[in-house]
Ligand binder design. Sequence first.
Ligand SMILES: *Cc1c(COP(=O)(O)O)cnc(C)c1O
Length: 426
Amino acid sequence: MSTPFDHFNFKKSELQVEGVKLSEVARKLGTPLYVYSKEAFLNPLRTLQAGLKEVDHLICFAVKSNSNLAVLKMLGEAGAGMDLVSEGELYRVSKAGISPRKIVFSGVGKTAPEMAKALEHGVYSFNVESVAELETLNAVALQLKRIAPVALRFNPDVDAKTHPYISTGLKKNKFGLNRKEILNVATNIRKLPGVSFNGISIHIGSQILTLSPLNDAFERAKQLMLELNSLLPSPLTFLDLGGGVGITYKAEKAPSLEKYCQTILKHFGPKAKLKDPIKLLIEPGRTISGNAGVLVTKVLYRKQRGSKDFLVVDAAMNDLMRPALYGSYHDIQPVDQKHTKGTQKKTDIVGPVCESSDCFASDRKLSARLASGDFLAIMSAGAYGFSMSSNYNTRPRPAEILVSDGKYRVIREREKYEDLIQGEKI
Ligand SMILES: *Cc1c(COP(=O)(O)O)cnc(C)c1O
């Protein structure tokens, strides 16, 4: 029996990933436990690489979606670059051995010391979001006697009415610069000798489920690029087209990555016959990591409540914050296939933290026989799962394991209580 999540499927009556039984690792390593699949990470990456092979491109994985060192190293070895939003992430990608020429530094509030670090590291581009930030970067670069390579983040103001999933590409959002502001920077670029204006970047939102807003944004970015090329001393060398392609959490139909690449090529591929050569960057996070991981948890107690039951599990909002933070939907699968049959009952799956929002799912039809000691898998937890986790309630964060070819490897040990009080003084 298959789930909508390619690599996590029922085989021999058990939920497995790449030949590893989730119940076995859960028993051995304890729960809650993050389990990732190497193939599930690499499949979308390879599809994007193949889809863009006609053009000079770089796929920069959005580190914030899953920043485990082993994950970054694996993706780097498969050819990915990285998209960062902090100096901490720069530290991580350096440890993972990612080439500085494959790193872009995004984010709406970079500090001067962060800029200096990234400049000395030699990153490929700073994606700059405001004129004030550009002036700061210019000053930092001049002080270090360097030239900072820059892409300005363009807010294409894609109409939200027709595209309700967009959240960062509208005039009212805090992100990016509008066309006028960018043209103004280009006209006055000589006043900023510490920066080299090389590209523009866009990122119009996350979990985008239709290609049409992206198509509109790409067209607007192309028009702006052409305008800029006529203003600047030399044409732009790259465009960063952002991340944000949605994945399947429930039954939603995510855009195919092949079609997504075709949409990019329509505007910027060989057939678009652009006068000047251009390198294309994209910054997918969730597209690569979202369905590459699950959070395995154990049922502690069943609490019966007439019309619906509660299952209290050993994972909590501190381990996977998305449902509490955005009310996001995660599919929940029993690890033992026998629980997919028999009487199903309306159930809320809740964690042990003393907050009403510590609830992974409400009103799910789950087997009435699920009881203490049974395992559940919270699906699609590879992106913004562990990377958003915390120690709230002084809970050690879960271990993370990476499965490949029937074997698994612990890529982060479960935290110990000593780790949690490190740096504290009595
Ligand atoms: C978060 C973010 C991404 C990745 O978004 P996904 O929805 O995970 O693909 C890419 N670029 C920027 C600038 C971001 O802030």
